[in-house]
Design a protein around this ligand. Sequence first.
Ligand code: PLP
Length: 426
Amino acid sequence: MDSARLLELDTRHVWHPYGPMPGTVEPLLVESAEGVRLRLADGRELIDGMSSWWAAIHGYRHPVLDQAVHDQVGRMSHVMFGGLTHEPAIALATNLVELTPEPLEHVFLCDSGSVSVEVAIKMCLQYWRSLGKPAKQKLLTWRSGYHGDTFHPMSVCDPEGGMHSLWRGVLPEQIFVPPPPSGFGVACDEAYTRELAEAVARHADELAAVIVEPVVQGAGGMRFHNPEYLRVLREVADEHEVLLIFDEIATGFGRSGALFAADHAGVSPDVLCLGKALTAGYLTMAAALCTSRVAEGISRGELPVLAHGPTFMGNPLASSVANASIGLLHDNEWSAQVARIEAGLRSGLAAAVELPGVREVRTLGAIGVIELDHDVDMAVATEVATGHGVWLRPFRNMVYAMPPYITTDTELAAITTAMSAVAERA
Ligand SMILES: *Cc1c(COP(=O)(O)O)cnc(C)c1O
């Protein structure tokens, strides 16, 4: 089918993220992708500054990852996970327990990030039910967060960006505190720390868990904060018998400069959500990991099981490519890759602070953000970025990039040039 016809059908039938139906803005038609480049149907090639939303950390069509999928297809693509098990999933769970902070011990594999957040919340609520404290069913979070698009995750997304007003009466009402003060290297704000601790203490009787994105708040505003706030959360959660969930769906696997953002703080949550880069962008899969304390609590209850079981749980193709991706993180020395990208983003974006309309430029690990004082005109942004041979997808007033770890310095320079051009013109 020719491109015009495909795009016509796309507009008529295909729903895109956060889009209307029928679509109003024509998407770009991608034919293939290799390395860090997306090849469009019209012959253009774009350097991907987005890693397909944090996922494609090793780039596209990586021979090792392709091989892992091919090999697994030759054995089995999927089998049900109830009553059956297989090496790819066992190896993945073992790898994840090994990589993540102690004492996370048990792994629930599921389909997508949002579902892993649902599972994490279910684990925490069920834990307190099992212990005879069913009143502990609310969640506390700080504003500017993002945890996914199904209903319970939506209830802890930033109330403004998360369209809470549209869903009033439908979403469970959770407890919000102000967003953590901005800045990874900015000293801890004592007044904020006190406010955080007091909110947890005040609501302890009704709180099942505190849920936050550690260090980097992604889709809620691309904000970074001092890891010390996570240590505070760990302490007050323990003091007041509240569980702690870290959502590392965006930050996991090196993106923030530590293998997991929790490592910056040296604290471990009771439940950890992983997704996005878990399969290096090949297949949809996520995971919720928990401690033995949480698992044993659940198992002591009236209903001693976790009643959740996605059809495609533990999918062997996704598990195999996840295992191969973890191998590549080691082989490619991810921390050196991320440090090099951080340096390139920092120097490449340094001059952008001087541009009119730019409020702040910030970088952490392989993440670079230009925050504007106005919302981006998406049509102009796409035209400017693609004109520079780069794929960017700003949102609201954020022009940001989180490139694949294999991006070369030259490609990185193209990305930062395009970001600055978008900031200047969109
Ligand atoms: C993307 C994301 C999710 C949702 O993951 P999906 O796979 O899109 O459902 C949840 N939390 C965070 C922090 C994310 O970045």
